[in-house]
Write a protein that binds this ligand. Structure first.
Ligand code: ADP
Ligand code: MG
Length: 260
């Protein structure tokens, strides 16, 4: 992207649910150490419905650990996590992932190989089967794979599998979608199309999204807000355009300089 493309078509800061007092996801003071080494320190995030916040930073800066704590697959040492106005984690509190109303998507998205596409998307759904089938049909249509319902994952390309993984993660209507480098296994040719399709569906569903990436280019394309991480801390956050144009220090400027 060029500087003029940055933030293209994206909402301006403050445009999200201006009247909404309670953010969909709120994180305060989140911290975690492993063997005495602090890998996440005092991280704060606030994500509104339909907003994409990118955790951006070099490998090892604590992005995945932050996401895993929000998901509840990792415990916190300190801080609080609120989803939809309910506390998920805090002093003496750790709700398991299945009670947090989250969807997750990772690079290694691993569809169930023995299930059909439709069965994969339906997997996390409960309730009447007619309603489940309707939800599955709707999502498959929206990811452009309606005709793939009865195929098995091995019959699909990587990009198609990734779109099925998105449909599966969205099926139960999660309040918050957590994505850890979900596009990095895809080849360049496919990536832009899948990024755009993913963004469109997440926006339609009004999902609050935290997307982890180490690629500035990806954050620029996808984020409404970027939280730039280094050494376990958020060193700068704001709209992509603002971060790109006014990096907080030389290291931040250098990190963004290899955008092509
Ligand atoms: P990122 O996703 O930004 O690359 P991570 O959150 O995966 O970074 O890791 C941050 C640091 O924490 C790394 O140095 C990593 O080795 C360390 N780390 C992550 N998980 C564990 C763990 N379970 N035990 C020990 N160290 C860990
Ligand atoms: Mg990581």
């Amino acid at each position: 992207v060029t500087a003029k493309d940055i933030g293209k078509g994206k909402a301006e800061p403050g445009q999200f649910e201006a009247g909404q007092a309670v953010p969909r996801l709120e994180v305060k003071g989140l911290s975690r150490s492993f063997a005495g080494r602090a890998v996440v320190q005092d991280v704060a995030l606030s994500v509104a419905p339909g907003q994409v916040t990118c955790l951006l930073g070099p490998s090892g800066c604590g992005k995945s650990t932050t996401l895993r704590m929000i998901a509840g697959v990792e415990t916190t040492d300190a801080g609080e996590i609120w989803i939809d106005g309910q506390r998920m984690a805090g002093p003496g509190l750790h709700l398991p992932p299945e009670r947090r109303g989250i969807g997750m998507m990772f690079q290694d998205f691993a569809l169930f190989p023995h299930l059909t596409v439709a069965q994969n998307v339906s997997f996390g759904l409960s309730g009447p089967s007619a309603a489940k089938a309707a939800r599955v049909r709707d999502l498959l249509e929206r990811v452009g794979l309606a005709s793939f319902a009865s195929k098995h994952p091995h019959q699909l390309s990587g990009g198609e599998q990734q779109r099925i993984a998105l449909a599966r993660a969205l099926a139960p209507r999660p309040q918050v979608m957590l994505m850890d480098e979900p596009f990095s296994g895809l080849d360049n040719r496919l990536r832009d199309g899948i990024r755009d399709a993913t963004l469109e569906i997440l926006k339609e569903e009004r999902t609050a999204v935290v997307l982890v990436t180490h690629e500035p280019d990806e954050a620029m394309r996808m984020a409404d807000e970027i939280a730039l991480m280094r050494g376990g801390r958020i060193v700068q956050s704001g709209a992509p355009y603002n971060i790109y144009n006014a990096p907080v220090d030389k290291a931040a400027a250098a990190f963004f300089s290899d955008i092509n």
